[in-house]
Design a protein around this ligand. Structure first.
Ligand code: DX5
Ligand code: ZN
Length: 222
């Protein structure tokens, strides 16, 4: 199991995405988490297909695209063609989970299912054959900079236990409210891909913040 930091660009400076991404590349970041919001599934609107396409042109980092949109089946092809590497759909956003996941895989992309804090991991384990990753939200989706919801760790633990008991290998990603002070709790619970937005970008030295988070994450890779 590889432990990886996935910085969320939602808190980056949108006027200087090239510079923000370069700092990630220069500091051993492998993934970039891109939050797509439609103003319906979540009460916020962020970025969409043209921005993913532009980012794809300037980096080879793994684009970890988190779709917070109603009926993601409408846009899978577009996000795949824009250059996403991982396409995350929300369990709560569609009825046709297996159909959407199959489409993502058919397009040659990694497929992931995300759950909101009040959805149980038990609702998604039946999808484990169709995914490369499960994403556990540790805040209500929609905004960066919120506080980590401790009770969501039970979803990470449940998914880790199921993975272990069934000899499976899906990644477990966690997203929301994670910083250098609380990052070990999701790692200890079994998450191996850690999203961090406001703890990476915004105020302060981004490079230094990445190095600090990576320093903690890398200990789990040993
Ligand atoms: C929230 C997004 C997150 C967000 C995380 O809906 O899915 O990826 O950017 O931001 P922080 O790390 O600041 O909670
Ligand atoms: Zn996200």
């Amino acid at each position: 199991m590889k432990y990886i930091l996935s910085p969320s660009l939602l808190s980056a400076d949108f006027t200087a995405l090239d510079r923000e991404i370069k700092v990630c590349e220069d500091n051993n970041v492998a993934y970039l988490h891109i939050d797509v919001m439609d103003g319906m599934f979540v009460p916020n609107i962020s970025i969409g297909i043209p921005v993913v396409k532009s980012i794809r042109k300037i980096t080879d980092l793994v684009l970890d695209v988190h779709l917070m949109i109603v009926k993601p089946e409408r846009y899978i092809k577009a996000f795949a063609e824009a250059g996403s590497d991982i396409i995350n759909i929300h369990y709560e956003a569609t009825e046709d989970h297996i159909g959407v996941l199959k489409e993502i895989k058919k397009l040659g992309k990694k497929a992931a299912v995300t759950i909101k804090p009040n959805t149980s991991y038990k609702d998604i384990i039946s999808l484990s054959d169709y995914v490369d990753m499960f994403l556990v939200m540790s805040v209500e989706p929609g905004f960066g900079g919120q506080s980590f919801i401790e009770s969501t760790l039970k979803n990470v633990e449940g998914l880790a236990e199921y993975r272990e008991n069934n000899g499976l290998s899906y990644d477990i990603e966690i997203d929301g409210g994670i910083n250098a002070d609380n990052i070990t709790s999701p790692l200890d619970a079994g998450a191996n891909i850690i999203v961090a937005g406001s703890a990476v970008f915004g105020k302060g030295d981004t490079a230094e913040k990445i190095r600090k988070l990576n320093g903690i994450i890398d200990k789990y890779n040993k």
